[in-house]
Design a protein. Structure first.
Length: 416
């Protein structure tokens, strides 16, 4: 039986980590092992688990980060020596680097989930990271991107042959999501969803555009006071976003605070939720203002749960999901309704062709579009009736065959 190693920082709190969970359970004809940089597990998995124990989530100075990579390299190299894997597949940049530098005789696949040029810090460590990534990508057997546009960016940025790359979209376990979405919301929070709720799911980091979302919500709240904003996710910007909310005279509940939850707040920071799908199903709209992405799996999760999506037309992913027949390089400068949701101008100014409106003007356009959708959301499933069917195309059972083909030495990718 083919021995496959999946190398990922954790099995908790992230889109790539969620995909590893699905892949491990879907590749039933292979001997699966999972190596974690830190033993943090929120998602189910199948296979033998190895904890490399290098403290991935701990904060380090430059020397500490270098030492973390060196220790990780030593431990993953030892694991590969002992187990003799046939294929090793890595997720997240640090794991891609470790995978290449620990390579033995196995096939090495690197996955790309985001625009890594933008995702690294603008310091010496970030510069070294980018240099190492270019070195590593050129030495991989195959680079797997999660969207067509991201693949093109990798080919251009790294200078690899497109034949060395593949696209496999992020996937869903639709049966699991259907079951989880039907579970009750925690009793203390349930009354919040008696109101119209805008929901967002994502790490609290600059990439996800939460500061824009808070300011957009301020405009919506002025026009429609009985609307709530619920944000699921952890991250370094929590305190900053709470301060911004307070400066806009919005009442904030935080899962890290001491105040009891109730319906008299405007914004709810609920942290990571193991089951976000019951919250999605109960919400009026899913709002996705990211500055950049690789794919945007929360978009298809929302669509499958029957919650209308309004999403930034950012690089990369949302357009391929919501408007699959349009050119992947096109970026809208105005609200663009599609069969599956609404694409909105991105707040990312680094891409030619994006809107020339100021952030304030653009936030106003977002707010007006959301308010327009909310007036129709009593029958929210009627807004985009084809959305759930579109999301179901990304079911793991449809996409696992592409992973099987790659592992078996074939390249049978298909469009969705």
């Amino acid at each position: 039986m083919t021995k496959v190693l999946l190398l990922v920082p954790t099995l908790s709190h992230g889109g790539a980590e969620k995909i590893v969970s699905l892949i491990s359970r879907g590749l039933k004809e292979f001997d699966i092992s999972i190596a974690l940089l830190e033993e943090k597990i929120s998602y189910p998995f199948r296979g033998t688990l190895y904890n490399l124990g290098i403290g991935y989530s701990q904060k380090h100075n430059f020397l500490g980060k270098v030492m973390k990579v060196i220790i990780g390299l030593k431990r993953i190299h030892q694991l590969k020596n002992e187990e003799n894997f046939d294929v090793s597949i890595s997720f997240i940049p640090i794991c891609n680097i470790l995978n290449i530098f620990s390579k033995k005789s196995e096939k090495v696949f690197l996955t790309v989930h985001v625009n890594e040029q933008l995702d690294q810090p603008k310091d010496l460590y970030g510069w070294i990271y980018k240099v190492l990534m270019k070195y590593c990508y050129k030495r991989a057997h195959r680079i797997i991107a999660v969207s067509q546009n991201l693949r093109a960016q990798v080919v251009s940025m790294i200078g690899v042959d497109q034949k060395q790359t593949s696209v496999i979209y992020d996937s869903l376990d639709t049966k699991e999501i259907d079951l989880l979405s039907r579970q009750p919301i925690i009793s203390g929070i349930q009354p919040v969803f008696d109101y119209q709720v805008l929901i967002n799911i994502g790490r609290l980091v600059p990439q996800k555009g939460h500061s824009h979302l808070v300011r957009i919500f301020r405009r919506i709240h002025d026009a429609q006071i009985n609307t709530k904003l619920v944000i699921l996710g952890e991250g370094s910007l929590l305190d900053e976003l709470i301060s911004l909310s307070h400066s806009l005279n919005l009442k904030v509940y935080s899962h890290k605070g001491v105040k009891p939850i109730g319906t008299d707040y405007d914004i709810y920071f609920l942290g990571f939720q193991k089951n976000p799908f019951c919250y999605l199903k109960a919400s009026s709209l899913f709002v996705f203002p990211s500055l950049y992405e690789g794919f945007g799996i929360a978009i298809i999760e929302s669509m499958f749960c029957g919650t209308p999506v309004i999403a930034s037309d950012c690089d990369f992913g949302p357009r391929e999901i919501l408007s699959p027949m349009s050119p992947v390089n096109f970026r809208t400068d105005s609200p663009e309704p599609t069969d599956y949701g609404v694409l909105m101008p991105s707040f990312n100014r680094e891409k030619d062709g994006n809107t020339k409106l100021s952030n304030d003007e653009l936030e106003k356009v977002w707010a007006e579009t959301i308010l327009s959708l909310l007036t129709k959301s009593d029958g929210k499933k009627e807004l985009f009736p084809k959305a759930a069917q579109r999301a179901a195309e990304f079911d793991i059972n449809n996409l696992i065959v592409e992973w099987e083909s790659l592992i078996n030495g074939q390249n049978g990718e298909r469009a969705l």
